[in-house]
Design a protein around this ligand. Structure first.
Ligand code: GSH
Length: 214
């Protein structure tokens, strides 16, 4: 049986380094102790082969034998099937972890991404920004109530935490968690796990090496 392959860009600009979503897959694989390798696809030339795996021309996707999976959430669910360390087998715990994974994508990341785009674009004045900032604050206030009472989202650490913490650490990068201490502590707890640190550092090193090779 061949190792799982995580596919990501061969190069990205400085800004997203350490945040490219292949991290979610590599983090999960490290947590589960599953063997894998990272392969790259051109950032500048996203051709038919790329689109046959990821129809939006994005990364990541994963290859497992003759199976190809795109969307980081779908990839995490796929990997969750392979290890109880990622997705519990008990019916209720499993349902909760899946619920929170989807919440991370569809209730949190749908707000965090446009919020961070305002930061990247240095566009933080006017009604559009205020609406966006208020929307995120409301979402975070609800999550804060949840996180005040628990260590991880769904019992033990799971793919739900990988997704949620990865989405939120981008907000933390712009100090957007300053009013939600339990959530901020949760993100710090998740991102101090050795598996996360390893894959984040490897991603940054990979892109530094790609700079040197250009
Ligand atoms: N919903 C997708 C989003 C993937 C995504 O935004 N990937 C970024 C890198 S982290 C990308 O490929 N950006 C380039 C682009 O959108 O053209 C997922 O979670 O996999």
């Amino acid at each position: 049986m061949s190792d799982i392959t995580v596919v990501t860009y061969d190069w990205v600009p400085e800004l997203p380094r350490g945040h490219v979503r292949d991290i979610r897959l590599c983090w999960a694989l490290e947590e589960a102790g599953l063997p894998y390798r990272v392969a790259t696809t051109p950032f500048h030339d996203r051709g038919a082969e790329h689109l046959s795996h990821q129809p939006f021309g994005q990364v990541p996707w994963l290859i497992d034998g003759d199976i190809s999976v795109f969307e980081s959430g779908a990839c995490l669910l796929y990997l969750g099937e392979k290890s109880e360390k990622l997705l519990p087998t008990g019916k209720q715990a499993r349902r909760e972890a899946i619920e929170w994974l989807i919440a991370g994508l569809n209730s949190m990341e749908m707000v965090t991404v446009p919020w961070t785009i305002h930061h990247f674009a240095n566009d933080r004045t006017g009604p559009a920004w205020e609406r966006m900032d208020g929307w995120l604050a409301a979402r975070l206030a609800h999550l804060e109530r949840v996180m005040a009472g628990r260590e991880w989202l769904a019992g033990a650490f799971s793919i739900a935490d990988i997704l949620m913490a990865d989405a939120l650490r981008l907000v933390d990068r712009f100090d957007g968690l300053k009013n939600v201490p339990a959530t901020r502590a949760y993100v710090a707890r998740a991102t101090s796990r050795p598996a996360f640190i390893k894959v984040r550092d490897e991603q940054i090193a990979r892109y530094k090496a790609a700079d040197a090779a250009r």
